[in-house]
Design a protein around this ligand. Structure first.
Ligand SMILES: [Cu+2]
Length: 163
């Protein structure tokens, strides 16, 4: 039994190692960026979403002020929130504050990186490069591994077709 558990554990570690290396934490001064991903897009989809976790290990607040990518004509920082009964998203013109000692998660249904005017669809298994610029810490390029299309992504993004 013990041997079985050990074997299972070893297999799990083997399986997990490439993903961990792939999703390794990116350090930019006191800013740690982890768990990056993008969602695969359907053919001809005009927009795509990017997500990641930002931790500020420093003593002063910082701010994610912009993002850019060769994969899209424009990249914006967005927030999704309920407006009455309707889920809407809006551009965060002032960026996203990362409080001192705080962690901010960009995730489906909340804050996200919005890729607009995609040059090509995001294909599962590929990577999307994006350069993040922080007010204090400066800029860093990271790669977002493209994961599967999520069922709840497309309707939420319909509102962007008029951009
Ligand atoms: Cu958006």
């Amino acid at each position: 039994m013990t041997r079985l558990i050990q074997a299972a554990f070893a297999a799990a570690v083997l399986f997990a190692t490439p993903a961990l290396a792939h999703n390794g934490v990116v350090h930019l001064g006191p800013i740690d960026i982890s768990l990056p991903f993008a969602r695969a897009t359907l053919p001809n989809a005009p927009v795509g979403g990017g997500f990641l976790t930002i931790e500020n290990t420093g003593a002063e607040a910082d701010r994610l002020i912009s993002a850019s990518s060769p994969a899209a004509a424009e990249v914006q920082l967005h927030e999704m929130a309920m407006d009455g009964e309707v889920m809407r998203m809006r551009q965060l013109e002032d960026g996203i504050e990362i409080p001192a000692g705080g962690t901010v998660t960009l995730e489906p249904g909340g804050l996200h990186i919005m890729f607009m005017g995609l040059r090509e669809p995001f294909v599962e298994g590929e990577e999307v490069p994006v350069t993040l610029t922080f007010e204090q810490a400066g800029s860093v390029e990271i790669k977002l591994p493209v994961l599967a299309v999520a069922a709840d992504a497309a309707p939420a993004h319909d509102g962007h077709q008029g951009h």
